[in-house]
Ligand binder design. Structure first.
Ligand code: TRP
Length: 338
């Protein structure tokens, strides 16, 4: 038995140190169902990558506690929502791994160990963390300004928990635990990858080579504008179209969308650039001839917003239909999903 165990553990060590394919680790905080921004910013890319690499798709429920420590039911529900959305768009848990962070307690253990390898000051210089902490400060009624030293906000806001503050280290643990080589993420996550590399180098220097230094992979669309034209589609701003929305919900959201604010009537020449409705057409309407014809008439003042939007409703619903179908299949089989 001892010999068997040793050979298994040697095999395992070999597998860990020499994975057959490059590894990808990426993930999301389960705070609600996913939306079109997640699709173009991440999922679309993951669908391609999952065929080429060995992928670990992480549902980071520990990390979501940083946002909803007082609403764990929301996190629990969202773990399932995210899994359904992933299955619905075609991520494949047979060829790759879906990981629920809290099911692998080593994520927490490694977070604790790695937190010994980074200084408080270094963590405070992480621009994404700074911005998020400033936002938390704002929630409390303080004026958030991400250019001010973050320590101000620690003092200013008792909303920032130690656990939240430490989440970039936990994210480093997420990436290093499966020895990820590549991390496909949005722009805002780049500082976390940089931090992960620093922590990994420091670990390797002290304890010998253990972790590969991961690299970030950026997606096609860094961030999708919201239906209200604001810089980012996000649930908290109420400007989202969810992957699971039905066709009527999509119709209403699109018909309410912001367009060119300078245009009063359909005969005014309109602007296509920076116009959210056309941005969505470019991303979700595969009929490029229709889109360029619409743009052409729009700048000449020969088409109304209503027609442009109606065509967008059709395009987005066509895009979402196969996703809805697959989602319904899995929703009807909760045990399979579990
Ligand atoms: N921070 C990511 C988000 O906000 C989620 C996440 C957790 C993650 N761990 C990760 C992303 C590791 C990439 C790699 O959704």
């Amino acid at each position: 038995r001892a010999i068997m165990d040793e050979s298994v553990s040697l095999q395992r060590e070999f597998w860990i140190m020499n994975p057959p394919k490059k590894r990808i680790l990426t993930g999301v905080r389960p705070t609600g169902p996913l939306h079109l921004g997640h699709y173009v910013g991440a999922l679309e890319n993951w669908l391609k990558l999952q065929r080429e690499y060995e992928c670990f798709f992480l549902i980071a429920d520990y990390q979501a506690l940083g946002d909803y420590v007082d609403d764990t039911q929301r996190i629990r529900n969202s773990v399932v929502e995210v899994a359904l959305d992933w299955l619905a768009v075609g991520l494949d848990p047979e060829e790759n791994s879906f990981v629920i962070q809290s099911y692998i307690p080593e994520h927490a253990e490694l977070t604790m160990l790695l937190s010994m390898l980074i200084s408080l000051n270094r963590l405070q210089r992480n621009p994404t963390l700074k911005k998020e902490m400033a936002d938390l400060g704002e929630v409390k009624g303080q004026k958030g300004n991400s250019s001010e030293p973050v320590t101000k906000f620690i003092e200013a806001s008792d909303k920032v928990t130690v656990g939240f503050f430490n989440y970039p280290v936990s994210q480093a643990a997420d990436i290093l635990l499966p020895q990820g080589n590549l991390v496909p993420v949005g722009e805002d996550q780049l500082p976390h990858i940089e931090l992960t590399r620093e922590i990994a180098s420091r670990f390797n220097r002290i304890y010998g080579h253990t972790f590969p230094l991961p690299e970030a992979l950026k997606g096609r669309v860094p961030r999708l504008v919201g239906t209200d034209g604001s810089e980012k589609m996000s649930k908290s701003r109420g400007n989202v179209i969810q992957l699971k929305d039905d066709s009527e919900t999509v119709r209403q959201a699109v018909m309410r969308m912001f367009t060119d604010p300078t245009r009063k009537t359909a005969t005014d020449p309109g602007h296509v650039e920076g116009n959210p409705v056309f941005e969505y057409h470019d991303l979700f309407n595969p009929n490029t001839a229709e889109v360029s014809e619409l743009k052409d008439r729009y700048v000449k003042g020969q088409v109304g917003d209503v027609e442009v939007k109606q065509k967008l409703v059709v395009a987005i619903n066509n895009f979402l239909n196969p996703i809805r179908e697959k989602r319904a299949y899995f929703e009807a089989r909760p045990n399979l999903v579990r």
